[in-house]
Design a protein around this ligand. Structure first.
Ligand SMILES: N[C@@H](CCC(=O)N[C@@H](CS)C(=O)NCC(=O)O)C(=O)O
Length: 256
């Protein structure tokens, strides 16, 4: 454990899982500081002193505070030894960044809206209403207060849910098409793009079974299983505490 590198994270899922898997892949030791998102730990003053946005993950390296999960992955790849997770060929670097942007700006927010509607909201909404309102009032960013309100009070509109579902269907098509042409998203080597995308898609066959399965998306299924078989992915997902991330076990292959 290096004393000067700490990751503040939730489950190995979406934004938190991106730097977690990056560091484990590279063999970079870090102190893990788990924040329970469902308990609003990310809005408490001690964490806001590190990341005033009140979102997870954040990393401290010595006296530096590193935020934004995709930029954090690139920081880790540049700052530490271990296997390189950024290609060297300019076209592959472009593809890696194309995928990171596509996931971060287009696909992950759609998965997130669905996830907040079916998992985060239902996980907290039975708590004391006054406590919930006080917790929402403590959220620093107005847009995150809106997201929490919608999740807790089941206020995502049918139109915005339908748009998220449309984007997920479209994203699955683009992912399958890419993986039918090459083994990894950027090219010949496993890269930060695969780590990023895996974090949003590892539960696809369970979450979107009518869109992603062995018949419809065989290349996505093979890519997901191949990533899950990497020792770093197994080690990272073993750090999960909720049933949500245990869905990764679905990627275990049937014994031959
Ligand atoms: N762009 C940021 C987004 C971080 C983010 O929104 N994280 C979510 C969890 S995946 C979060 O902290 N949500 C809790 C909240 O908004 O209270 C990043 O990539 O690090």
């Amino acid at each position: 454990m290096t004393s000067d590198l700490t990751l503040y994270h939730w489950e190995p899922n979406a934004n938190s899982g991106k730097p977690m898997l990056t560091m484990v892949e590279k063999g970079v030791p870090f102190a893990s500081h788990y924040l329970d998102l469902l308990n609003f730990d990310q809005h408490r003053p001690d964490y806001l002193a590190i990341n005033p946005a009140g979102t997870i993950p954040a990393m401290t390296h010595g006296d530096k505070v590193i935020t934004e999960s995709s930029a954090m992955m690139e920081y880790v790849d540049e700052a530490f030894g271990g296997p390189r997770l950024t290609p060297t060929d300019p076209v592959e670097i472009w593809r890696m960044r194309w995928w990171m942007k596509f996931i971060d700006q287009w696909l992950a927010p759609s998965f997130s809206m669905i996830g907040w509607s079916v998992f985060v909201g239902p996980s907290v909404r039975q708590r004391d209403p006054r406590e919930l309102e006080a917790a929402i009032d403590r959220i620093p960013m107005p847009e995150r207060r809106v997201a929490w309100r919608k999740a807790i009070y089941n206020l995502f509109s049918p139109e915005e849910m339908a748009e998220s579902q449309r984007r997920v269907a479209q994203g699955i098509k683009i992912l399958e098409d890419t993986l039918s042409k090459r083994k990894w998203l950027a090219g010949d080597s496993f890269s930060l793009a695969d780590i990023n995308a895996f974090n949003s898609t590892y539960a696809l066959p369970l979450a979107q079974p009518h869109l992603s399965n062995d018949e419809l998306t065989p290349h996505i299924m093979e890519w997901l299983r191949t990533i899950y078989e990497r020792p770093a992915a197994k080690e990272t997902w073993a750090m999960g505490r909720t049933d949500m991330v245990k869905r990764v076990k679905l990627l275990e292959r049937e014994p031959a």
